[in-house]
Design a protein around this ligand. Structure first.
Ligand code: SF4
Ligand code: SF4
Length: 354
């Protein structure tokens, strides 16, 4: 297990002592999807896809701004609609030194594709399944069965799930218990409302969970995190959720920092989002601020991006997105809560060598 922890030492170090470099990148690889979830407008956008040469150029530019072991999360749309393209993109991102996550609704996932993604360098596979009865993503049985392969070959098996106003806390807890009891991680995300000018969420305020729901669900998740390690959210995100949500007419959301982390401050943005055609922006709601393909490497810097991104983020009313909340709140004593999760991760990673 120590060997496994040593292979991720730079990533762990970056979480304990975050630098002023990028640590986390979301990448919309393509926008097409087989589903039409009520809270998502990603598939409605018709955005081009980069050639492999352009992708490599964008990845190298971003890599030059990143910490020693940054994480890249490949999102869609549904990425398994184009399995060969997905394997190629994972290979390219892993080759330039990213720890690669893939998020899928499971549509085209097969044990064979999971093995190909593993050979390409995949680190973490998130399958999105929701506990709500009316959700389009309900196939937990299939997801857990696919994750037997994920786990056996040493990729982190994660079930992503969105908590909405429709989520019944008891149903959610039963759902998450099934995930944890099969040795998979649960990654909860609270539904975020539509942002003016944003490209991700189409959820109305009526879909955002209430404070009452979150106050039932979050303490249970925190306890499971500490006792099993199989909850990916850090305690900072859980604490944020505990203090947000809808109460009567009042909607409490989180707001990101307008600036990247600086040398003197550990808090602040350490993430960005790339769109499928090479644009980048501050987050998955605003991925289209500058096209990296038009920007020479010699002119690219986090200071330049900071100047371009700050006014975009400042107009936003806020969100509840787990990756951004967690990325900005890394470091500090809450990281002690990550020890059980690190042990679970190292255990699964050691399957890679069996
Ligand atoms: S949330 Fe995921 S599965 Fe649902 S429409 Fe959006 S991209 Fe497709
Ligand atoms: S609060 Fe920040 S990270 Fe969240 S959607 Fe708005 S601009 Fe993006």
């Amino acid at each position: 297990m120590l060997k496994e922890l040593a292979s991720y030492s730079e990533s762990i170090k970056g979480a304990i002592f975050p630098s002023n470099e990028l640590r986390f990148v979301n990448w919309y690889l393509q926008h097409g999807c087989d589903l039409d979830c009520s809270y998502c407008k990603v598939p409605k956008q018709k955005i081009g896809i980069m050639s492999q040469g352009d992708r490599d150029s964008v990845l190298l530019k971003i890599r030059s701004l990143s910490s020693k072991q940054p994480i890249i999360s490949l999102l869609g749309g549904e990425l398994t609609l184009r399995p060969d393209f997905l394997v190629e993109a994972v290979t390219d991102a892993a080759n330039v030194g990213f720890l690669v996550n893939v998020v899928s609704n499971g549509w085209g996932l097969t044990p064979d594709l999971i093995k190909k993604l593993s050979a390409a360098g995949l680190h973490y596979l998130g399958i999105s399944v929701d506990s709500d009865e009316n959700s389009l993503k309900q196939n937990l049985e299939k997801a857990l069965s696919l994750h037997r392969t994920t786990r056996e070959i040493g990729i982190l098996p994660v079930i992503n799930t969105v908590i909405t106003k429709e989520t019944d806390p008891d149903t959610f807890i039963n759902f998450a218990t099934r995930v944890i009891n099969t040795g998979c991680f649960i990654s909860p995300l609270a539904c975020s409302p539509e942002v003016p000018g944003g490209v991700f969420s189409s959820a109305s305020i009526d879909s955002v969970p209430t404070q009452e729901q979150l106050k039932e669900i979050v303490p249970w998740l925190a306890m499971k995190k500490l006792t099993t390690g199989l909850v990916t959210s850090n305690l900072g995100y859980l604490w944020t959720l505990y203090n947000t949500g809808v109460s009567g007419d009042n909607v409490k959301l989180w707001h990101c920092s307008p600036h990247f982390r600086s040398k003197s401050e550990t808090n602040g943005r350490g993430s960005l989002t790339i769109d499928s055609d090479g644009h980048i922006g501050p987050c998955q709601e605003f991925p289209r601020t500058i096209n990296l393909l038009n920007l020479p490497q010699s002119q690219l810097s986090l200071q330049l991006l900071d100047t371009a991104f700050a006014p975009v983020t400042q107009k936003c009313p806020g969100c509840l997105y787990n990756c951004y909340v967690m990325e900005e709140g890394i470091g500090g004593p809450q990281l002690l809560g990550e020890i059980p999760t690190l042990i679970q991760m190292a255990n699964i990673k050691s399957n890679n060598h069996k």
